[in-house]
Structures are given as C-alpha cells and as structure tokens.
Design a protein around this ligand. Structure first.
Ligand SMILES: NC(=O)c1ccc[n+]([C@@H]2O[C@H](COP(=O)([O-])OP(=O)(O)OC[C@H]3O[C@@H](n4cnc5c(N)ncnc54)[C@H](OP(=O)(O)O)[C@@H]3O)[C@@H](O)[C@H]2O)c1
Length: 182
C-alpha cells in the first residue's frame, strides 16, 4: 500500500527481442510466433496497455480487445478510435494505473515499440522478455539495460515448429530492490 492507501501498481514492459536486440522491421514484427502471441494475450488481457503511435498503427486489429489501450504521440491533434491518447509518459502511466485500480488489476503493461521501451525503462519494475533464438536485420531495437538490476523469476522455452518461426524463451524478470533497501 502507498501513503495514500492505494495498492501499488507495477509497470511491466513486455517485448520479444532477437539475440541482437532487434524487435521490428519496416513497422512490423520480423517473425511469426503464435505461441508468443498467446502468452502476450494471456499476460495482458484485462490490463491497461501503453504503446507508441507507430505500434498502434501497426496493429492489424485495433484497439486490442478486452484491454484499455493507451497511445502515446507528441501530436496533440491525434485521435485513436477506441483508445486513450496522451502526449507524454508520466500522465499516461498515471491514467493507466487508475484504470488498473478500477479493474482490480495490480499491473500495467508497456507494449512497445522501441521509443516507448526507451522512455519506459526507468519506470519499469518488471520485464516480460521473449528471447527469440535468432539474429536478424531490423530497424527497431530493445534498448540495453543493466541485467544485474533484475532477477529472473520464471522462464519457459518453446520450440520452433509450424506455429513458431524460431525457438524462444519467455522470461519474467523483476527489478531488484535498491541495495540500501535490502
Ligand atoms: N517485438 C516486440 O515485442 C515489439 C513490440 C512493439 C512494437 N514492435 C515493433 O517496434 C517498431 C515500432 O517502434 P518505434 O520505436 O518505431 O515506434 P513506437 O515506439 O511504436 O512509436 C513511436 C511514436 O510514439 C510517440 N512517442 C514516443 N515517445 C513519446 C513520448 N515520450 N511522448 C509522447 N509520444 C511519444 C511518437 O509518436 P508521434 O510521431 O505521433 O509523435 C513516436 O513517433 C515496429 O517495427 C513494431 O512492429 C515490436
């Protein structure tokens, strides 16, 4: 509980990245991983999700159903049917956390792309990272982060098969408390 009597809401980033950090190419995902999409859906359903304007526009079906969709853009005139629009991260996170509380959830998700991961990394206390077992060309990357700042609490590996272009490991990391709090 916070001083205001609120339940603390976690900020989780969820991403699939190649071994060389690539997450996107030409505005799209550079792979098809049906099992990872199912994991993404199971993790995020019912929770507020925050995304960049380009990721919003890349969605084949929008808004993503059964989730409060929040879109970040610097364009104050942008409208996104079925989504909340914000022009900076802090108020977007504040609104997302309020929506999570209303829905009885304790987590919001930052779902990309690169620009949103870059600005979101300092806010994130959880990383849900799909490590895709491939190295490929792309124009969007997950930013480097300090691995020692997080500990892995769960990992599960999935094979390449007719549903997944490549093998991958779905990892759940939690930020370690600062040393002076241990
Ligand atoms: N592998 C994965 O898990 C994953 C997940 C999501 C996306 N992706 C991929 O990532 C790529 C897109 O990434 P991206 O970096 O090009 O685009 P993005 O992060 O989806 O969107 C960038 C846009 O968000 C807005 N924005 C960014 N920072 C902001 C801030 N601090 N305040 C207000 N608005 C802000 C700006 O919109 P305006 O230009 O409108 O101002 C900016 O152009 C695509 O290839 C996509 O498929 C991969």
């Amino acid at each position: 509980m916070t001083d205001q009597g609120h339940t603390e809401i976690s900020v989780a980033m969820i991403v699939a990245r190649a071994r060389n950090g690539v997450i996107g190419r030409d505005g799209e995902l550079p792979w098809h991983l049906a099992d990872d999409l199912a994991l993404f859906k199971a993790a995020t359903l019912g929770h507020p999700i925050i995304m960049g304007r380009k990721t919003w526009q890349s969605l084949p079906r929008r808004p993503l159903p059964k989730r409060d969709n929040i879109v970040l853009t610097r364009d104050g005139t942008f409208s996104a049917s079925g989504a909340h629009v914000f022009t900076s991260m802090a108020p977007a996170l504040q609104a997302a956390k309020a929506l999570a509380r209303q829905a009885g959830k304790d987590r919001v998700f930052l779902i990309g792309g690169e620009a949103i991961y870059r600005v979101g990394l300092d806010y994130a206390d959880q990383l849900w990272i799909t490590e895709v077992d491939v190295q490929l060309e792309g124009d969007a990357h997950f930013p480097p982060f300090q691995p020692d700042a997080f500990e892995e609490v769960h990992a599960a590996t999935y094979p390449a098969n007719d549903r997944n272009d490549f093998a991958f490991t779905f990892r759940h990391l939690k930020r370690r408390p600062p040393v002076d709090e241990v």
